[in-house]
Design a protein around this ligand. Structure first.
Ligand code: FA5
Length: 336
């Protein structure tokens, strides 16, 4: 078939195309890899040299005419025939196509609080909460810390003066304030933990921050003894850090517990060494505290403890500096 005939035939067929299937059939017949235009191209080789130039030029213009006729027919029918790759299946799940993509996750402190509350939940504790903006009654007075006690020094606390001259509020310095809030509204038996933020103007260093998290624990019921407290702390430590850790109590002082202790956990390392690490304070609820919230200390006893969440997260994951937890460096955070 000569090129003029080929073009005339193609144009005639183009004018009668009326479906995507027909357009695709046209593409294969004329433009496909074994189509008529390919055959016409192959003929070029067998032509005498003096005819090649004219034939090539003619071939190109025929090819362009057929291609643009085909494109126009496709547009006319709004069809995507012949280019399956542009078909879009809108039911396909999305695909991430951009480079440095990291799904978010909970902050390591949050993950630690979740793990601890889940663990204490299994030990029968429910969750209580109190305000971060507290009054002195709940943060100190009701916890047996009287007005001129050194712990109330303005240099050791964040007080917020009120314009009216009324007693100042403060950012709570310990979650022990939630003990009072719970005992004011709940009669024993009480078995709660209270996770939350606390604030102290401590000098920031590798183990101290001015804002950190504690988890308070409080159990008040008949016949609660120090044995219950020790068992609770030991079980928590073994469940959280592993069965091989040991716990110990060291005598200490807190105004709202008597007797009071600090508790340490001993970690064993692969090289055979071990280290005792302080994790929190605890003790038997002082009878004065129970009286303040109108619970009979002759009938009820209780224990309380307070854990530092950052210190626990650091111990669990081998983090040496508390400041890493608050710098929000994604390279650090995305490891957890
Ligand atoms: C208390 O805050 C008591 N309320 C704990 C308590 C509760 C005792 C119930 C008895 C009964 P202490 O000030 O030691 O205790 O703080 C408890 C824990 O918080 C510490 O063991 C430590 O893990 C953590 N902690 C204290 N100060 C900081 C700080 N600046 N930054 C980070 N963690 C801290």
């Amino acid at each position: 078939m000569n090129l003029d005939e080929l073009l005339a035939q193609a144009q005639q067929e183009l004018s009668s195309l009326s479906s995507a299937d027909q357009i695709e059939a046209f593409r294969i017949k004329y433009l496909g890899s074994k189509g008529l235009l390919k055959v016409a191209s192959d003929q070029l080789k067998s032509l005498p040299n003096d005819q090649k130039r004219a034939y090539g030029a003619k071939l190109n213009s025929v090819k362009q005419a057929v291609q643009s006729g085909y494109d126009a027919a496709k547009d006319r029918l709004g069809s995507s025939a012949g280019s399956a790759e542009v078909l879009v299946d809108i039911t396909e799940p999305g695909r991430i196509t951009f480079g440095d993509y990291h799904p978010g996750s909970l902050h390591i402190v949050h993950q630690t609080i979740d793990a601890l509350t889940e663990l204490f939940g299994r030990m029968g504790f429910s969750i209580a909460q109190g305000p971060e903006l507290e009054d002195e009654f709940h943060n100190f007075e009701a916890l047996n810390v009287p007005r001129h006690h050194p712990a109330r020094d303005p240099l050791d606390n964040f007080y917020l003066q009120r314009p009216s001259g009324a007693a100042p509020f403060m950012l709570r310095s310990q979650t022990s304030s939630v003990q009072i809030r719970v005992l004011e509204t709940h009669k024993p038996p009480v078995r709660i933990i209270a996770p939350g933020r606390v604030y102290r103007p401590d000098t920031v260093d590798a183990t101290h921050s001015f804002m950190f998290h504690q988890i308070e624990g409080l159990v008040v019921d008949e016949d609660i003894t120090m044995v219950d407290l020790k068992t609770c702390i030991d079980q928590f430590a073994k469940a959280f850090f592993g069965a091989d850790v040991e716990t110990r109590f060291r005598p200490s002082f807190f105004p709202f517990t008597e007797p009071s202790a600090e508790f340490d956990v001993r970690f064993h390392y692969a090289d055979g060494s071990s280290k005792w690490v302080e994790l929190g304070g605890c003790g038997m609820v002082d009878p004065n505290v129970l009286e303040t919230v109108k619970i009979d200390p002759e009938k009820y006893t209780g224990f309380a403890f307070g854990l530092g969440v950052e210190r626990i997260a650091m111990r669990k994951h081998g983090i040496e500096d508390i400041r890493l937890l608050f710098e929000n460096d994604v390279r650090f955070l995305k490891q957890f």
